[in-house]
Ligand binder design. Structure first.
Ligand code: 13P
Length: 250
């Protein structure tokens, strides 16, 4: 049985004050949604605050990115061993905003995935097509290519301790959610790609949906057989809404 994971990607939002309030709300509400695993992904500079506020709770944390390098002259970058200092359990790699705005190729994403795993930090690998790609009918080819870069370099066994997030780019921050049927179709496709290599790994790998997920549509999405949770942007910035999404997955 795959335990659902509801993860909040805060992106570049929040302040020390707003994050304290958000974490307090999540801490208070977490026991009521204990059937679902919760995780939050703050901006790097608030990691210490998040660790302090969430240590000893059931809520996990991680970051939205990491460097592919372990240390060195890489101004402005944050390395995996630094995340270990803050006891991060997860790290998001290959988010479409990283791929689009910061030029992260499939190969860079694969190296970041490897860097995280080497340290025992579980990568959440984001994949997903743009609107143009969906309209051209190449959704599966795009997702297959993004996945293959990691499978080729790391092997299917690497997914034993990794998570995949399907985030159609056209649904991110637009209010346009994929229908549960559209999402399920791609999730099932992703699972088939893994199953072709190793059916046991495919059966246990969690595949999250991301893109304008909120309490109002979470129930329908999370009821689909291959949707194992959500990677939530905007709706994760309010404890009540974030917890209501988790509740829908219980
Ligand atoms: P929204 O939930 O704001 O659409 O963002 C989704 C996302 O990109 C999560 O990583």
């Amino acid at each position: 049985m795959r335990r659902k994971l509801v993860a909040g990607n805060w992106k570049m939002n929040g302040s020390a004050e707003s994050i304290r309030g958000l974490l307090q709300g999540i801490r208070e509400g977490a026991p009521a949604v204990a059937a679902v695993e919760l995780a939050v992904f703050p901006p790097f500079v608030y990691l210490g605050l998040v660790e302090q506020q969430l240590s000893g709770t059931a809520v996990a944390w991680g970051t939205q990115n990491l460097s592919e390098h372990a240390s060195g002259a890489y101004t402005g970058e944050i390395a995996g061993p630094m995340l270990q200092d803050f006891h991060c359990q997860y790290v998001i790699v290959g988010h479409s905003e990283r791929r689009t705005f910061y030029g992260e190729s499939d190969q860079i994403v694969a190296r970041k995935f490897a860097a995280a795993r080497k340290l025992g930090i579980k990568p959440i690998l984001c994949v997903g097509e743009t609107l143009e790609e969906r309209e051209k009918g190449v959704t599966e080819a795009v997702v297959e290519r993004q996945l293959k870069a990691v499978l080729d370099s790391e092997g299917v066994g690497a997914f034993t301790d990794a998570v995949i997030a399907y985030e159609p780019v056209w649904a991110i921050g637009t209010g346009k959610t994929a229908t549960s049927a559209q999402a399920q179709e791609v999730h099932a496709f992703i699972r088939r790609q893994l199953a072709a290599l190793d059916s046991a790994v495919a059966a246990q790998t969690r595949i999250l949906y991301g893109g304008s997920m909120k309490a109002a549509n979470a129930g329908e999405l999370l009821a689909m057989p291959d949707i194992d949770g959500g990677l939530i942007g905007g709706a994760s910035l309010e404890a009540k809404e974030f917890l209501a999404i988790a509740k829908a997955g219980c």
